[in-house]
Design a protein around this ligand. Sequence first.
Ligand SMILES: Cc1cc2nc3c(=O)[nH]c(=O)nc-3n(C[C@H](O)[C@H](O)[C@H](O)COP(=O)(O)OP(=O)(O)OC[C@H]3O[C@@H](n4cnc5c(N)ncnc54)[C@H](O)[C@@H]3O)c2cc1C
Length: 323
Amino acid sequence: MVGVLVFGDMAGGKLTPASLEVAAAGAGLADALGEPLLGALIGDDLVAGSEQFRGGFSSLYLVEGKHYRPYTAHACISAVQAVIKACSPSVALFPHTLETREWVPRLAARLNTGLVMDCTVLAAEGKELVVTKPIYGGGVLGEFVIRGTPRMATIRAGVYGPRSATPGGEVVRLDVTAPQQARVTVLEEAAAAAASGPKLKDAKIVVSGGRGLGGRDNWHFIEETAAALGAAVGCSRPVADSGWVSTSHQVGLSGICVTSDLYIAVGISGAVQHLAGISAARTVVAINVDPEADIFTRANYGVVGDYREVLPAFIERIKQPRS
Ligand SMILES: Cc1cc2nc3c(=O)[nH]c(=O)nc-3n(C[C@H](O)[C@H](O)[C@H](O)COP(=O)(O)OP(=O)(O)OC[C@H]3O[C@@H](n4cnc5c(N)ncnc54)[C@H](O)[C@@H]3O)c2cc1C
């Protein structure tokens, strides 16, 4: 069992940026363990992906088939099992996405091996794999030694820089037949609600609204501010739960962890579960009527005031030409 196997992630026929971040994490680990770096991609059309996933892999495994779209967990699991059987790696790494959150734990159970999700640091101590991940809502960093074969981890987006294009070795195509008796059948695929504008996960600027907005009718304040800044739109959980916007915008422990340079929190109190999603944001600006709100403990800049007065003045100022 040797080799660090890195799985890439495809979206809309293209390799996602997180794939090259996991390749970078895997390359560092492969060097430290003195083992080869292996890559793998699964999807319905890997023409562009196999070109873009140039991570310096000694072997790149491709599993292609129409049955990988729309996505289903059971199809992914049997494809990944086939790749693992073909190359017997000692470590398997995956991007931490909504989809891998669903199927990687099931794969680990099926292989009876160790898995840690949402890791931010991978390190080799001798032959041991030691990973770090934020726990208890991001308040504590936990270190874990992963055991089993292969040792598996998902990697949080935005923590490792992308691996620059590095030529690799052979490309190996594996034929994996569609699993019989699928438990889930996808009847229809709907485009993600957040398809327009920057993607929350990769956005440089995020404008996020909370329950303090007071209702769906006021959500345009957030959208107008985001549009003025070219920012992605985020929200707290009660906003998504109330259906003001789709859950794909939710930031936090049970939503997306942002890595933006600027995060503007409007009418958000700063519960630990929300703060867990913004720990990697560089600069946080909070707008809140309550000077005692917990969000101000995390904010680099704060405005104590009603967003209905603050945001229009802010937008007007942004739109003014700079002298
Ligand atoms: C297991 C679990 C997972 C969770 N996961 C998440 C998660 O991923 N993301 C998440 O966000 N939450 C999550 N939560 C919920 C979390 O605990 C909080 O309930 C939630 O974050 C609060 O949302 P909020 O700040 O929008 O609302 P509130 O706590 O109600 O805060 C509203 C804020 O708006 C301010 N305000 C009111 N009016 C105005 C105004 N006119 N102008 C400016 N400010 C104003 C108020 O002073 C207040 O601070 C989770 C909870 C649990 C138990």
